[in-house]
Design a protein around this ligand. Structure first.
Ligand SMILES: C[S@@+](CC[C@H](N)C(=O)[O-])C[C@H]1O[C@@H](n2cnc3c(N)ncnc32)[C@H](O)[C@@H]1O
Length: 420
C-alpha cells in the first residue's frame, strides 16, 4: 500500500450521513478525502462525475472544498441530495413525529398507493404491500422539500429488507437461503416497525451531519457548497477550465447492472420510468445491439485493449463490443473532465482490474492510456488493498489480494481524443 494513504485506512466509514442508504461500489470516504487533501486546497472546487450516492460531495463539505456531482441514476441523485443537505434536528424531529403518528393511526385501505411492479406478488407479501402503501401515502402527502426527500430515502432503504428478496444479493432475487431463514422465523416483514426504526437511526445520522456542518461553517470563512449538476458524465454542464480537481470511482464494464440493483426501490419511489432507456445511458452497460457490433472490428490504437478485445471476440463478439463501448464512453468522460479542469488540475480515478467472460481486463492500465491520449499525463499511482469486499465487481484474483489503484492524472493540454 502506498505510504501516504495508510493513515486513512481503518477509520470509521459510515459517520454522519454516509450510511443513509445502500449503494453498490461505494467509495470508502477516506479515499476521495485523501485525493482532495493531496491535490486541492481549502476553498477550491472538486467534481465527481460519477458521484453515485454522493460520498465525495459529503467529504468535500467536511474538508472545505466546493463540490459538484453528476450521476445519471435518479435514485443516486436523491440519496446524494439528502446526504449533503443539512437538516435542522429539532424541526426534523417534529416532522418525523407527525409523520409517524399519522402512519400509526391510519387504518384505511391505501392500496391505490401501491405502484405497478412487474411480478409484484413474487417480490412482496400482501401485508407488506399494504404497510408500504400507508407509509408512502403519508410521505407523499407531506410538503415537498428537503424533509420530504429525507423520508423518501428512509422509505427507500427499507424496501429491500421487507421484500422477499435475499437482502445480501446485489440484484433482487428470492433465494432458497432466504426461504430457509423464513422457515426458521429469522426474518421480519414488519414494514412499519422497520420504517420507525430507520427514521430513528437516520435522524441521529442527520443530527451528526448537522453538527459537523455547523463546525465546518465556523471553521472556514465561507461555508463550502455542494451541488448536483446536469445528468451525464459524458456531457458536463460546467464551464471550460473552471474546476480545480476531479475525483471519481467510475463504473466497470458490465460489472453492476445499476438499473436492476435498485429496481424495487425505484418502482416504489416512481423513479423507474423507462428502464431500457436508462440502461443505454449507463457507462458500462451490458446492452449492445447486433447492428452496432455486427460491422464493428476489434481494433484500437491501444495495444493492451486490442488484445483484450481479440480474446473476447474469440468467445463472443457482443462481449468484446460491450468492453470496447465501455472504454469509448470513458474516453468521452475523460475528454469532458479535461475540458472543465483548469491547467494542471488533477483527475483522480479510483479503479482496479476486473474480469468479464473470464478474460482479465486491466481497466486501470487501459484508462491510463485513454487519458494520456486526451491531454493528461500520469503523475502517479497509489495502490491499496480492497477493503470493502461487498463491492461485487468480478475481480481478477489470482493473487487472492484484490487491489485498487488511484490514477492521478494531471491535465497538460486540452486535446480531446476522437476515438480509441
Ligand atoms: C461506482 S459507482 C459510484 C459510487 C460512488 N463513488 C459512491 O460512493 O456512491 C458509479 C456510478 O456511475 C454512474 N453512472 C453510470 N453512467 C453514468 C453516466 N453516463 N453519467 C453519470 N453517471 C453515470 C452510476 O449510476 C453509478 O452511480
Amino acid at each position: 500500500m502506498s505510504g501516504e494513504f495508510r493513515k486513512y485506512i481503518g477509520k470509521q466509514v459510515s459517520y454522519a450521513t454516509h450510511g443513509i442508504h445502500r449503494y453498490p461500489a461505494k467509495f470508502i470516504p477516506q479515499v476521495p478525502r485523501f485525493c482532495m487533501e493531496a491535490y486541492s486546497d481549502v476553498g477550491e472546487s472538486v467534481l465527481d462525475p460519477f458521484m453515485g450516492s454522493g460520498t465525495t460531495l459529503l467529504e468535500a463539505i467536511f474538508c472545505g472544498r466546493n463540490s459538484y456531482g453528476i450521476d445519471i441514476h435518479p435514485l443516486a441523485k436523491l440519496i446524494a441530495k439528502v446526504k449533503i443537505t443539512p437538516l435542522e434536528p429539532a424541526r426534523l424531529g417534529e416532522v418525523a413525529e407527525d409523520l409517524l403518528t399519522g402512519i400509526r393511526a391510519d387504518s384505511d385501505d391505501n392500496s391505490e398507493w401501491v405502484p405497478e411492479i412487474p411480478n409484484r406478488d413474487h417480490w412482496f407479501r400482501p401485508h407488506v404491500l399494504s404497510e408500504l402503501a400507508t407509509i408512502k401515502k403519508h410521505i407523499w402527502s407531506m410538503k415537498k422539500g428537503d424533509n420530504q426527500d429525507f423520508f423518501k430515502v428512509c422509505f427507500s432503504s427499507i424496501i429491500r429488507k421487507v421484500s422477499n428478496s435475499d437482502n445480501d444479493s446485489l440484484i433482487p432475487e428470492v433465494t432458497s437461503f432466504q426461504k430457509k431463514l423464513d422457515e426458521q422465523g429469522k426474518t421480519s416483514y414488519d414494514a412499519i416497525a422497520r420504517f420507525e426504526n430507520t427514521v430513528k437511526n437516520r435522524k441521529m445520522d442527520a443530527a451528526d451531519f448537522w453538527k459537523l456542518s455547523m463546525e465546518v461553517t465556523g471553521k472556514y470563512r465561507k461555508a463550502p457548497h455542494a451541488r448536483i449538476v446536469g445528468k451525464d458524465a459524458r456531457d458536463i454542464s460546467l464551464e471550460d477550465s473552471s474546476i480545480d480537481m476531479a475525483v471519481t470511482s467510475p463504473p466497470y464494464a458490465s460489472a453492476v447492472h445499476y438499473v436492476s440493483v435498485h429496481k424495487l426501490e425505484m418502482h416504489w419511489l416512481g423513479l423507474l420510468k423507462d428502464p431500457a432507456e436508462l440502461d443505454t445511458k449507463i457507462v458500462g452497460s451490458a446492452r449492445a445491439y447486433v447492428d452496432e457490433y455486427g460491422p464493428w472490428e476489434p481494433r484500437t490504437s491501444i495495444p493492451e485493449l486490442t488484445s483484450v478485445l481479440e480474446e473476447l471476440v474469440s468467445r463472443e463478439k457482443k462481449s468484446a463490443y460491450i468492453v470496447y463501448n465501455y472504454f469509448d464512453q470513458m474516453r468521452r468522460n475523460i475528454n469532458e473532465v479535461n475540458r472543465v479542469l483548469k491547467k494542471n488540475g488533477r483527475y483522480c480515478i479510483v479503479i482496479g482490474e476486473n474480469t468479464f467472460r473470464r478474460v482479465r481486463i486491466p481497466t486501470y492500465q487501459i484508462l491510463e492510456d485513454v487519458a494520456t491520449r486526451s491531454g493528461f499525463e500520469l503523475e502517479r499511482t497509489y495502490v491499496y488493498d480492497v477493503i470493502n469486499r461487498h463491492l461485487d465487481i468480478p475481480r481478477w484474483n489470482d493473487s487472492r489480494i484484490e487491489k485498487d489503484h488511484i490514477l492521478v492524472l494531471k491535465k497538460r493540454k486540452e486535446r480531446p481524443s476522437e476515438s480509441l
